[in-house]
Design a protein around this ligand. Structure first.
Ligand code: PLP
Length: 389
């Protein structure tokens, strides 16, 4: 009975809700669905991190409100992590903001920095939550196509002068969801130069920072000289440590952006459960062997799945990072038609590329988030469709 606000109604449609409904229908009809459509890590959090949570949950101090803006120990752990992993110096007091997962920070940033009607450069295809952040700030999107011929990096020379003049903020994300591409140092150097010239704040989403293949460790945007002058990086523990349900991440970088984020968050929340923050410190600072094992697991799944599809004659590229494969749709189907075909005929769920933006049409995204045996079975089911013969 209560009408929704104009702002709420302006939010982009949750495209993947319809995919979930289709998958649930298949399951309730009794089909054994191999669900590769979502981005939910299938592995558990490492035992030492769970233990750290258990111990911290016993401490009554953690039952109270935790300090506004989070524990100093977690900010210090974030700084230690950036020094150890990327040789980047971070001031834990001024250059780190604790987040309820990366998504919260990504959605909050436009509200921190933009006035209604101001413009944001957004990658297309891209993670749909950037659109939500832009809509909540009542800002406008300028899309940057990510094309295969450019290794799924935006081509800055293709942006018009007026778009560059208007843009106040830019989202980037490497390793990339959905394309699996990774960025190189030169691209980030160009990004810093562009941002300086046009006074654009860069928000680099490093959600898949720990997942890189063929021996390539993904680079942090903050490794680039001058990056901290022009932006921030959003890091999350969701993928690196299989902690998606724990809702913990942080933003690092430009002091003024961090202080704007902290200010907004002071109005929205107090801070995360203290025990979660203590467990996050353990994740970031204790042994990182679980991270290396996870990377190897995704790489071997990737090899099994992509190798299997290539043997069928499907012209697909292996991702360089993230846990997604971005597959070209064969035989002139649209991405939605092809996803429906896989679901109805092979009971395999994949995400249609159009759900990530117009430039995602012609592709489907596959999450490598099930066992090698199930991925092999998916390849067998696809081979029976005889699409490539
Ligand atoms: N960024 C990208 C590109 C993602 O794919 C995700 C999650 O799927 C996130 C950010 C958000 O992760 P979280 O909110 O769990 O930290």
């Amino acid at each position: 009975i209560y009408p929704q606000s104009k702002l709420l109604k302006s939010l982009p449609k949750q495209f993947f809700a319809s995919l979930v409904a289709k998958v649930n229908k298949q399951i309730s009809d009794g089909h054994d669905v191999i669900n590769l459509g979502q981005g939910n890590p299938d592995q558990p959090t490492a035992t030492h991190i769970v233990k750290a949570l258990q111990v911290a949950a016993e401490n009554p101090n953690n039952h109270k409100y935790s300090p506004f803006q989070g524990f100093a120990s977690l900010k210090e752990a974030a700084a230690t992590f950036y020094k150890r992993e990327y040789n980047v110096d971070i001031n834990p007091e001024k250059e780190v903001a604790i987040l309820f997962g990366g998504k919260a920070g990504l959605v909050e940033i436009p509200q921190c920095l933009l006035n209604p009607g101001e413009h944001v450069l957004v990658p297309d295809p891209g993670y749909p939550d950037y659109w939500s952040g832009v809509a909540l700030a009542q800002a406008e999107m300028i899309t940057m196509p990510l094309k295969e011929e450019n290794h799924f990096l935006p081509d800055y020379t293709a942006l018009s002068d007026s778009d560059l003049e208007k843009a106040k903020l830019m989202f980037l994300n490497y390793p990339n969801n959905p394309t699996g591409a990774i960025a190189n140092a030169e691209f980030f150097e160009d990004t810093v130069a562009l941002a300086k010239e046009h006074e654009i704040c860069v928000v680099h989403d490093f959600a898949y920072g720990a997942i890189g293949f063929n021996g390539h460790k993904p680079i942090s945007f903050l490794e680039t000289e001058g990056a901290k002058d022009v932006g921030i990086e959003i890091y999350t523990l969701s993928k690196t440590y299989n902690m998606a349900g724990w809702r913990v991440g942080f933003a690092v970088g430009n002091e003024s952006v961090i202080s704007a984020l902290n200010l907004l968050q002071d109005h929205l929340y107090v801070s995360l459960f203290g025990a979660v923050q203590e467990a996050a410190v353990a994740a970031l600072t204790d042994s990182q062997s679980c991270v290396r094992e996870l990377n190897a697991l995704y790489e071997s799944r990737r090899n099994v799945f992509i190798g299997g599809l290539q043997e069928l004659g499907w012209n697909v590229e292996a991702p360089e990072g993230s846990f997604f494969a971005w597959l070209k749709v064969p035989n002139g189907y649209t991405s939605e038609q092809f996803s429906d075909l896989l679901l109805e005929k092979a009971h395999i769920a994949v995400a249609p590329g159009i759900g990530f933006g117009n430039w995602g049409e012609g592709y489907v995204r596959v999450g490598l988030l099930t066992s090698e045996a199930r991925l092999q079975e998916a390849v067998e089911r696809i081979s029976k469709l005889q699409i490539f013969s």
